[in-house]
Design a protein around this ligand. Structure first.
Ligand code: HEM
Length: 156
């Protein structure tokens, strides 16, 4: 089974690799673009994540999970990870190593309530960046699968 949280294959190039591009014909137009670039690169991802953490900052269940008083570090980590996953620069892994997100979330209680709150704030943030419907569906589909994969306890 693939882990929806991890960058998996060559269709998700990171800055460190040269992207493999599917073409519509020999030397033709790229059949698959670079999603990170298509939706506006860094500014779009940063806007998404900042809006998400505005929601988290006010959430009585999620906020206590973030030990640091200042959420800036968390903002940078999530932004960097998402950028890398969607074909942007590989800065996240240069700084943090392999994502191993399930493992990194083990110390935190991620139960279905936490997951649903996480997704609620992410949905609101995604609405705020007003992507085209297909792009929105693609990003949201991933985020939803990843959030479900992150649940590590059913304890209330
Ligand atoms: C399902 C609910 C989730 C909860 C409650 C949760 C909570 C947390 C917490 C408390 C941290 C530690 C603070 C930090 O280092 O930033 C963290 C880190 C992180 N989370 Fe989540 N998270 C959830 C889902 C996700 C999902 C779906 C993704 C990816 C799509 C994700 C990506 C990350 C990343 C990249 C980090 C930083 C890892 C590192 O480099 O140390 N999280 N999360």
């Amino acid at each position: 089974m693939t882990d929806a949280t991890q960058p998996t294959d060559a269709t998700q190039p990171t800055g460190a690799q040269s992207p493999i591009t599917l073409r519509s014909s020999e030397n033709g137009e790229a059949a698959t673009g670079n999603f990170w670039r298509e939706i506006g690169g860094r500014p779009t991802f940063e806007k998404l994540v900042r809006a998400f953490y505005v929601g988290v900052a006010d959430d009585e269940v999620l906020r206590p999970l973030y030990p640091e008083e200042d959420l800036e570090g968390a903002i940078q980590r999530l932004t960097g990870f998402l950028e890398q996953y969607w074909g942007g620069p590989g800065t996240y892994s240069e700084q943090r190593g392999h994502p191993r997100l399930r493992m990194r979330h083990q110390p935190f209680k991620v139960n279905p309530d936490a997951r649903d709150r996480w997704l609620k704030h992410m949905r609101a943030a995604l609405d705020g960046i007003e992507l085209a419907p297909l792009q929105d569906a693609m990003l949201w589909g991933y985020l939803e699968r990843a959030a479900f994969a992150m649940v590590n306890t059913f304890d209330e």
